[in-house]
Write a protein that binds this ligand. Structure first.
Ligand code: GDP
Length: 202
């Protein structure tokens, strides 16, 4: 289940503007700086495919990348971007939520969680919203190569991963699938690709 071909298709602001060819898609979302660009690039084994600009305005769209001519990886705006004006942030929320609720070809939302730090409130809120709205979700833990640091509370990635799952348990009828990854070591890349292949054929 490797990526042999990947191309940027389009940026959309509204769900209605997204590609209409009916191909299945997986959407990546997470807090700014969670490692989304690194993960996307690791998945497609290519540098610079993802729109890596950190400036608000470049990253506030729904970005569709077609893979192997048969499915999409979708890069969604990061949330919790500290320097974006509040009204902009609210707007992103609005259209991202509309996308989650109304995009019929969306197979699973890949919620990226930084495994090198303890659970953040905003991530728990995001997960709970997806759970309560029964949006299919996969937890993708990032930066699993990072070793513990005193200032991060001294926890190993495995401990943070377990804690996060404990904290969201109540929001889901069945626990969402989860994968531990690293954009640095490429940990989890094959597992993610296999997971997506299985979901597409389901
Ligand atoms: P984005 O804002 O979510 O697209 O995050 P980036 O992919 O740009 O990564 C943000 C920062 O985290 C950068 O300094 C990366 O070098 C670092 N980073 C991203 N992924 C990993 C990872 O898997 N392991 C480690 N150790 N650092 C990472």
């Amino acid at each position: 289940a490797q990526v042999v071909q990947a191309e940027f298709i389009k940026s959309s602001v509204r769900t209605e503007d997204c590609p209409s060819d009916g191909l299945p898609e997986f959407a990546l979302v997470g807090r700014s700086n969670v490692g989304k660009s690194s993960l996307l690039n690791s998945l497609v084994r290519r540098k610079k495919l993802a729109l890596t600009s950190k400036k608000p305005g470049k990253t506030q769209c729904i970005n569709h990348f077609k893979v192997n001519d048969s499915w999409y990886l979708v890069d969604l705006p990061g949330y919790g971007y500290a320097s974006a004006p509040q009204e902009l942030r609210t707007d992103w929320n609005k259209f991202t939520k509309d996308y989650f609720l109304n995009r019929s070809t969306l197979v699973s939302v890949f919620l990226l969680i930084d495994a090198s730090i303890p659970a953040k409130k905003i991530d728990l809120e995001y997960a709970s919203w997806l759970g309560q709205n029964q949006v299919p979700m996969t937890l993708i833990f990032t930066k699993c190569d990072k070793r513990k640091k005193k200032r991060n509370g001294g926890k190993r990635p495995e401990e943070n991963v377990n804690e996060f799952q404990e904290l969201i348990r109540g929001f889901f009828e069945t626990a969402p699938p989860w994968i531990m990854t690293s954009g640095v070591t490429n940990q989890g890349r094959d597992e993610m690709l296999l997971h997506m292949a299985q979901l597409r054929n389901y």
